[in-house]
Each structure stands twice: as structure tokens, then as C-alpha cells.
Design a protein around this ligand. Structure first.
Ligand code: MEV
Length: 410
């Protein structure tokens, strides 16, 4: 089944669920969970500390995605209106020219070990390099799975900062997000490193900046669909972000709207990805993570280059039935495919935002959805939500007070 489901946004929730069931081959049990599963208090209490409740975030589905020739429906959990619709729109336009082409590199990341009180840095460096194989072998005793796959700790690098020495442990984490295994390895090899350097180790922790674990996506957005002027305007919008850090920050925020929503739906650590993306964007002065140009046919070509560190094993996904189903809907085979999806979502989201900004602006659409939220917050339910938000938009007066008045019949 294709992911360009006609009028998905106009369907009732039950109709959407039926389409989703068909697309993702969901079982009756999974359907039931999508409708009514709530994380038990005890489960929540095991995941974090001091639990008193759980919070709900709407889960939507972005349609229309084709990535490397495969159709995807994308689960997105987010509180902000317009994001899911915009993402589906971006994917629809890219789809008309074949969709997204994406690639994700090997999942190689760094752990860092901080050495202080290094009395003889040259000797310390020599001793570390002499023992490199030992150190890597030691680190690799921490994961039989990675060892079996010929992955795990693969190399060491050393940097000196004043009287400190930092050891970078390079680890191929395969299907993991990487934090746990890298931290475990760093803590395990630290005493041996102290011994051979006669120095003191303080921090032993993975780095969330993953410039070796990258994802790239590209798509063509035909001028025939978006108009020649919009092509020019989006390129201007991109150039604005290239030159101006204030704009680049908002530009990249739009990219992360999409990526974070997928990470949240699958209960992955979106803060890690936020830190990673923004740090990478700032390596040579803060820059936009996407680029745009016009090709020889006058169509817009967009691309994204973003570090992505996500895994398919070892995370929290399994503690939520909904996140497990979200992973089933995504239907990815491995972490690298997951990264390709995230990069494509980021590009679709960014393109859709720029298109709206470069055209009529985002407020018109946004206010419509905002008015619905305000109506709900004022206590409206069912048909009243649309009725009240429509009146508020017509009156150009969107506020809780006004929504309450209309609800009361004023
Ligand atoms: C809003 O959440 C995101 C945008 O501001 C992104 C952008 O300006 O590119 C619309």
C-alpha cells in the first residue's frame, strides 16, 4: 500500500486507524492499544523517579513519505499544531518527483575520558598508544554482541588541553543509540588508563556530538507544483539563514520539529538529538542544516546533512505499548534506515515551513489550529470545538475568555 492516503486529514479518527491498520498490518490487539492503552503508574514509576502521573501528547501520522523508493507512514508525537500537516505536505510535494533519497553512515561515535594531573604528557601519550590494542580489547569485553559483529571499540585518539589529556574512544555501536555501551566501556578502561599514565581520570562519558554518525537526505520540489516565485523565495529564505544566526536558529528549530516528534513517538532521547544537531550546526559558525538550490529545470532541490544517533535496541521504546506500535508503523529494518527517515522528515518539515513563510506566512493556518486548541482549553467538546474556533477566527478574537463566552451562548 502507498503512503499517499487520499484525504487522510479529513477522515474520522476511526477511519484513519483503519487505513493505518491496513498499511502497517496492525493486529486487533495493537489497534485496541492505540485507542486505549495507558502506561500503568507502576511502569512509569520504574522509568523515572518521583512519579505522580503520566502526561499525554497527541500522536499523529504524517503521510506521503517515499524514502529510497519505500513508502512510509511516520508517527509523530507533538503538542504544536500544523507540524504533522506541514510534514505530510512537504513529503507530498517531494513524492511527485520520486521522494527522498537518503543515506546514513556507519554508526561510529566517541566516548571521552578526561585525564588530569598528567605529569609527563609525552610519556603518557606513548604509553597509551603502546597499549592501544589492550585498551580496545578491554573495552570490547563489555559487549559480546558488538564483538561478535566485529564492531565495538575500534580506535583511540588523544587531544591535549592545557594540563589535561582527553582520550577519544571511537566505537562502532551498530544498532544501539550508543550511550550505555560507550559509557560502560569508558568507565571500565579508566582505571587501566590511570595506571599506565600515572594520572587521574575524572569524566568518562560518551559525546552527544556525532560527526561520524551522519544522515543525508535530498529531494526535488518541482517548480510546477510550488511555483517559480516560491522556488526563488525559498532560496532567499535559505540564504537568510546562511548569513544570519538568528534566522538559522529558527530554521533549524523547524527541522527539529519533525525529528523530535518522531523521536518522542518512539520514546527516544530527543534531547540528545537536539544537542547533536545544534552542536554540528555550529562547528563553523552556526549554520542551517539544510541547503537549497535551483536545478537546470528550475525545480527546487533541498538537502539535509545532520548527525543522527538513534538505535533500534536498548532504548526505552519497549516500555510503552504505543511507542512499540510507532516503531511497527515506521517499519524500519535497522538504525541506519531510521536515521534516513529522520533526516527526510527534517527536510520535509523545513521545506514546508519555508514554503509557508515564503508564501502567505504561517499565521493564517496556525491561528486556525490555535483557535481549536483555545476552544478545547475553554471546555468545548465535539462539534463545539469547530463552531467556536470558526466564530473566533471570523471575529479575529482568539482568546479563552471569548471561547468561554461563545460556549455559554453569548
Ligand atoms: C515553528 O515551530 C517553526 C518555524 O518557525 C520554522 C521556521 O521558521 O523555519 C515555522
Amino acid at each position: 500500500m502507498e503512503s499517499n492516503i487520499h484525504n487522510f486529514h479529513k477522515m474520522s479518527i476511526n477511519e484513519r486507524l483503519d487505513k493505518l491498520k491496513e498499511f502497517s498490518n496492525l493486529t486487533d490487539d495493537e489497534m485496541e492499544k492505540l485507542k486505549s492503552w495507558v502506561m500503568p503508574m507502576e511502569t512509569a514509576d520504574h522509568i523515572i523517579e518521583n512519579v505522580v502521573s503520566r502526561i499525554y501528547i497527541p500522536l499523529g501520522i504524517a503521510t506521503n513519505f517515499v524514502i529510497n523508493g519505500k513508502n512510509y507512514l511516520i508517527p509523530m508525537a507533538i503538542e504544536e499544531p500544523s507540524v504533522v500537516a506541514a510534514c505530510s505536505n512537504g513529503a507530498r510535494i517531494a513524492r511527485s518527483a520520486g521522494g527522498f533519497t537518503a543515506y546514513a553512515s556507519e554508526p561510529i561515535m566517541y566516548g571521552q575520558i578526561q585525564l588530569v594531573d598528567v605529569k609527563d604528557p609525552e610519556l603518557a601519550r606513548i604509553n597509551i598508544m603502546k597499549n592501544k590494542k589492550n585498551i580496545l580489547d578491554m573495552a570490547n569485553t563489555r559487549s559480546n554482541t558488538l564483538k561478535r559483529l566485529g564492531a565495538g571499540a575500534i580506535d583511540l585518539e588523544i587531544k591535549n588541553f592545557e594540563d589535561m589529556m582527553i582520550i577519544y574512544l571511537k566505537v562502532d555501536v551498530q544498532e544501539a543509540m550508543g550511550a550505555n555501551i560507550i559509557n560502560t566501556m569508558c568507565e571500565y578502561i579508566a582505571p587501566f588508563i590511570e595506571e599506565i599514565t600515572n594520572a587521574r581520570v575524572i569524566l568518562r562519558i560518551m559525546s552527544n556530538l556525532t560527526p561520524l554518525r551522519m544522515a543525508y537526505a535530498r529531494a526535488v520540489f518541482p517548480a510546477g507544483l510550488i511555483g517559480k516565485e516560491t522556488v526563488e523565495n525559498i532560496i532567499y529564505a535559505y540564504k537568510f539563514a546562511e548569513h544570519d544566526v538568528f534566522r538559522a536558529t529558527t530554521h533549524n528549530k523547524g527541522i527539529m520539529n519533525g525529528i523530535d516528534a518522531v523521536l518522542l513517538a518512539t520514546l527516544n532521547d530527543f534531547r540528545a538529538q537536539e544537542a547533536n544537531a545544534h552542536a554540528y550546526a555550529s562547528l563553523n559558525g552556526y549554520k542551517p542544516l539544510t541547503r537549497y538550490y535551483k536545478n537546470e529545470n528550475g525545480d527546487l532541490v533541498g538537502s539535509i546533512e545532520i548527525p543522527v544517533a538513534v538505535g533500534t535496541i536498548g532504548g526505552t521504546t519497549g516500555s510503552s505499548e504505543i511507542s512499540k506500535i510507532a516503531m511497527r508503523i515506521l517499519n524500519i529494518e535497522n538504525a541506519r534506515e531510521f536515521s534516513c527517515v529522520l533526516a527526510s522528515v527534517g527536510l520535509a518539515q523545513n521545506f514546508a515551513a519555508l514554503r509557508a513563510l515564503a508564501d502567505e506566512g504561517i499565521q493564517k493556518g496556525h491561528m486556525k489550529l490555535h483557535a481549536r486548541n483555545v476552544a478545547i482549553a475553554a471546555g468545548a467538546t465535539g462539534d463545539d470545538i469547530d463552531r467556536i474556533s470558526k466564530i473566533m477566527i471570523e471575529e479575529n478574537k482568539i482568546s479563552i475568555t471569548r471561547a468561554r463566552e461563545i460556549l455559554k451562548g453569548d
